[in-house]
Write a protein that binds this ligand. Structure first.
Ligand SMILES: NC(=O)c1ccc[n+]([C@@H]2O[C@H](COP(=O)([O-])OP(=O)(O)OC[C@H]3O[C@@H](n4cnc5c(N)ncnc54)[C@H](OP(=O)(O)O)[C@@H]3O)[C@@H](O)[C@H]2O)c1
Length: 240
């Protein structure tokens, strides 16, 4: 069944494991026209996949294309995030910090999601009750940090949460039926978590499909109240 009476648009930014599971599940809803943006060329059934380099110009071009369909935006989920790559390892101690790695992690995990929001801002403003989620992480919680380490990744998700709070305050004045969600998907089997899965207790590694379904439930049942929530896959609030 459709999430709105009228046909509407759902946009997933990023084409990783959780993003693809989200797009595929949302595409089962005949009331939704689903778009997925990625640096890679992807093919998913019943999903409009669009290649992007995430530059402001490319995002603007894509938004114009989506807006041309004349449909309201009911779901926007920004999934981009990185924890490591061939050159970057999450820091174990303060002396591991590097300006270059910190800049890269911040740019992908905090700034890119907010630039994506900015690109879709006019659609968020004028759509009925848009639900906008970013893939945050529990390790972005200052209050919940018992283990330390992962300085840049933790800082990037905390920064993302703070900017989402600012965006909630801003959108409330413009569209008080919007809802913002900073989502912790659990530990999910994906390329991002692959190098770190050894320490995950048995039974605690979710499939992307499970975590995506939980986010869809949270978005479907969220109150249209202009507020931001920071919640995990079970819908439980996480301390800031
Ligand atoms: N997996 C977990 O256990 C876990 C736990 C907590 C939070 N999260 C968060 O969940 C989100 C999705 O992660 P995932 O598990 O689905 O991982 P994934 O399969 O590795 O997907 C990573 C995503 O980040 C994007 N990305 C990576 N590097 C990028 C770069 N340099 N520039 C732009 N985009 C980049 C990719 O976009 P392209 O398609 O354009 O390449 C892709 O959408 C991330 O934000 C992650 O921090 C994951």
């Amino acid at each position: 069944m459709s999430v709105t009476d009228q046909k509407s648009v759902a946009v997933i930014v990023g084409g990783g494991a959780i993003a693809r599971a989200l797009a595929e599940q949302l595409a089962d809803d005949p009331g939704l026209s689903v778009y997925l943006l990625s640096r890679s060329e992807l093919e998913l059934s019943n999903v409009h996949t669009l290649e992007t380099d995430y530059s402001d110009a490319s995002l603007a071009c894509i938004v114009a294309q989506i807006e041309a369909a004349g449909l309201p935006l009911s779901r926007l989920v920004v999934t981009n995030g990185m924890l490591s790559n061939d050159a970057i390892r999450p820091e174990r101690k303060v002396s591991d910090l590097s300006e270059e790695a910190f800049g890269m992690i911040m740019s992908v995990n905090a700034l890119l999601p907010m630039r994506s929001l900015a690109a879709f801002w006019s659609l968020i403003r004028k759509s009925g009750a848009p639900r906008v989620a970013v893939l945050s992480a529990r390790v972005g919680s200052v209050g919940d940090n018992e283990l330390g380490g992962w300085y840049s990744y933790r800082a990037s998700k905390a920064a993302l949460n703070m900017m989402m709070k600012c965006a909630a305050i801003e959108i409330r004045r413009l569209n008080k039926r919007a809802k913002l969600v900073a989502y912790h998907p659990g530990t999910v089997d994906s390329p991002l978590s692959k190098p770190f899965q050894r320490s995950v207790p048995e039974g605690n590694l979710f499939t992307p499909e499970f975590s995506a379904a939980k986010l869809i439930d949270i978005l479907d049942s969220a109150e249209s109240d202009g507020e931001l929530v920071y919640v995990d896959w079970a819908g439980e609030s996480i301390p800031w």
